[in-house]
Design a protein around this ligand. Structure first.
Ligand SMILES: O=C(O)c1ccccc1N[C@@H]1O[C@H](COP(=O)(O)O)[C@@H](O)[C@H]1O
Length: 234
């Protein structure tokens, strides 16, 4: 189970997230007006900080993930190549053609396409097969707020809606949307899905002042990585 935490803006953030057990660290580039937006130079510096972080022997250093709303695949690839970032998270409403262009331009990248879910409706539902044909490696299910806000909504998804969408796709998926240590039991069936690969968190990874909190992140990791108890059959 992978734990991704989103929105690092400093080497200290990277160190806190790595020590707390994040496998993937989201770095924003091309999120206009976003509080964690990074210039291309800062993106490269923090991606390097992720890769060179000293973690325990049992765990590899966290993988940097470029999180972007950019609609231009050339701009995404330029930033990713310059920073050496091989995981690309398309968090906007980029169409399947953008995924295809990224995979053509750099076949080794892992493309994570966000599917935006509001209630029981997924905006990308009619395009799922197109996104898969275009080369999407991993889908990320995230909630859109009632006001239409995208990313870091703290809004949870209905597990039934998640499972239904999982069945409409064939690729691995990450779960986002208000994920916390406390709500893991609600998603028991989701975590048991054979293509569930992990969770992506922002709001619950932070303290009241908005700073990343190692205790909270550690708690999320412990709860979501725990193997559910299996009833013994007599
Ligand atoms: O973290 C953000 O603010 C953000 C901004 C723009 C694009 C993506 C963003 N993060 C994504 O938000 C969800 C998690 O949010 P939460 O736990 O519900 O607060 C996750 O997909 C992040 O990648």
């Amino acid at each position: 189970m992978l734990l991704k935490v989103c929105g690092a803006t400093s080497r200290r953030d990277v160190a806190v997230l790595g020590a707390a057990g994040a496998d993937l660290i989201g770095l924003w580039h091309g999120v206009p007006g976003g509080p964690a937006e990074l210039s291309a130079g800062r993106l490269a510096a923090l991606a390097q900080a992720c890769r060179t972080l000293e973690v325990t022997a049992a765990r590899p250093a966290p993988e940097p993930v470029l999180v972007t709303f950019l609609p231009d695949p050339a701009a995404v690839l330029d930033a990713a190549r310059a920073a050496g970032v091989r995981w690309l998270q398309l968090h906007g409403y980029q169409p399947p053609a953008v995924v295809a262009a990224l995979k053509r331009g750099w076949p080794e990248v892992t493309v994570v396409k966000v599917l935006h879910i509001s209630g029981d409706a997924c905006a990308e539902r009619p395009l799922l097969a197109s996104y898969e044909r275009a080369g999407t490696d991993v889908f990320l299910f995230d909630a859109v707020s009632e006001a239409g806000r995208v990313g870091s909504t703290g809004v949870t998804l209905d597990p039934g809606v998640v499972l239904d969408l999982a069945e409409a796709t064939t690729q691995p998926f990450l779960l986002a949307g208000g994920i916390s240590a406390a709500n893991r039991p609600r998603y028991e069936k989701v975590t048991a899905h054979p293509r569930f690969v992990g969770v992506d968190v922002d709001t619950a990874a932070r303290d009241a002042a908005g700073a990343f909190c190692a205790d909270r992140i550690g708690g999320i990791r412990r709860q979501w990585r725990a193997v559910p108890e299996v009833e013994e059959v007599a």
